[in-house]
Design a protein around this ligand. Structure first.
Ligand code: 5GP
Ligand code: ZN
Length: 114
């Protein structure tokens, strides 16, 4: 997608601090971290939101979750715990319409979220 920030990060047109990448996904540090660890895990494929996923996306969505575990370990938040979030739509505060999994950790979090 021409004007999508995360497509530009995936294609390296825009810089980011990448922590993991493979043929399906890219993970990089959030530019405005909400915790000591805040990584975004995105598919290379432009999918706007959870509302747009299809059966053919099962593999990449699974890969995002499996890699989230590895990245949590890599960044040392696995033992104390972390949160995985996919904001979807206006009320959830989705700002970038390229699906992304937030991996947030390194501090205690409250529930319910704001
Ligand atoms: P959303 O609100 O859509 O779930 O989250 C979008 C996230 O993308 C926010 O946490 C925001 O800080 C992050 N973000 C927005 N623009 C950029 C960028 O250009 N680079 C990086 N690394 N993160 C970004
Ligand atoms: Zn995109």
């Amino acid at each position: 997608m021409l004007d999508c920030t995360f497509c530009k990060i995936v294609s390296r047109e825009m810089p980011s601090q990448i922590v993991y990448e493979d043929e399906e996904i890219v993970a990089f540090h959030d530019i405005n971290p909400q915790a000591p660890v805040h990584v975004l895990i995105v598919p290379r494929k432009h999918i706007e939101s959870v509302l747009d996923v299809t059966e053919e996306d099962r593999g990449v969505l699974g890969a995002m979750l499996v890699r989230a575990k590895d990245i949590a370990r890599q960044l040392g938040v696995d033992e104390k715990g972390f949160r995985l979030v996919i904001n979807t739509g206006k009320y959830a505060g989705q700002a970038i319409y390229h699906i992304h999994l937030h991996l947030i950790g390194g501090r205690r979090m409250t529930w319910p979220p704001g």
